[in-house]
Design a protein around this ligand. Structure first.
Ligand SMILES: [Zn+2]
Length: 255
């Protein structure tokens, strides 16, 4: 056993602290944002996770990240964010999406009386979403997105990456879990509405914060926010869409 050390100088002791990764993350987030749904600035603190602060809007109940992330994770490209350990899971995801497309084609025919032959997907995707028989029939194009474009979308509501596909006057634009990626989804909707023919229908898929599973699974909310910037309800989305002249034609629940 070594003898206890004794101070050899009269200098006062010094303490140095290194911030944890959570503290570093918290300090790097200083871009405070308004409610993504109603634009009010009345956030009530909910919880922290790994340096990211989550709030609920006192005005409309939307839950969102505030301050917003400076380096949001590009979760649209499923290939990169989810490793499929079983190929069957991947095939099931593609089959689920085909069923959604079949449903949308029928809705489009019923609402407009026209067959659907030009559709665009913005948001969450696997490449094979565009290669199934229904996807081919409805002329589905996917706006694949790189990290830099995703960052511009999430932080600055910039949809330049999608513009080449929008120029083809799509009959429907599917916003597949896209609005939850953004601090200002209304700005994105405004740009889309201004860039597309008035006849274009929007399909908005989202995780509904008001759904029974979402309310029962509240303890898992923080992992949901590892990727997304907001957790919205049907009421929140309907209000945002209405601000840009979009009215609800039909709605349904997915698994
Ligand atoms: Zn709000």
């Amino acid at each position: 056993m070594s003898p206890p050390r004794t101070a050899t100088t009269d200098e006062p002791p010094r303490f140095e602290f290194a911030p944890t990764s959570a503290v570093k993350a918290a300090r790097s987030h200083n871009r405070f944002v308004a409610c993504p749904a109603c634009q009010a600035d009345t956030p009530a603190y909910l919880f922290h996770r790994a340096g990211v602060r989550f709030v609920r809007c006192a005005g409309c109940g939307a839950v969102y990240v505030n301050p917003a992330r400076e380096r949001p994770l590009n979760y649209f490209d499923v290939e990169r964010t989810r490793r499929f350990s079983n190929p069957r899971d991947r095939a099931l995801m593609a089959a689920d999406f085909e069923r959604l497309l079949e449903h949308l084609a029928a809705d489009h025919q019923r609402i407009t009386g026209e067959p659907l032959v030009r559709a665009v997907l913005l948001g969450h995707y696997l490449k094979e979403f565009a290669t199934g028989p229904v996807a081919r029939r409805i002329g589905l194009s996917i706006a694949e997105i790189d990290d830099a474009s995703f960052e511009r979308l999430s932080i600055a509501s910039d949809i330049a990456w999608a513009m080449p596909l929008l120029a083809n006057a799509p009959q429907i634009v599917i916003l597949h879990e896209l609005l939850e990626a953004c601090s200002a989804p209304g700005t994105i909707l405004g740009t889309l509405v201004a860039s597309l023919p008035p006849s274009t229908l929007f399909v908005v898929t989202y995780t509904n914060a008001d759904s029974l599973p979402a309310r029962l699974m509240r303890r898992y909310w923080s992992t949901f926010f590892d990727h997304k910037a907001a957790f919205l309800s049907t009421g929140n989305l309907t209000a945002v869409l209405a601000r840009y002249g979009l009215v609800l034609k039909t709605s349904s629940r997915c698994r």
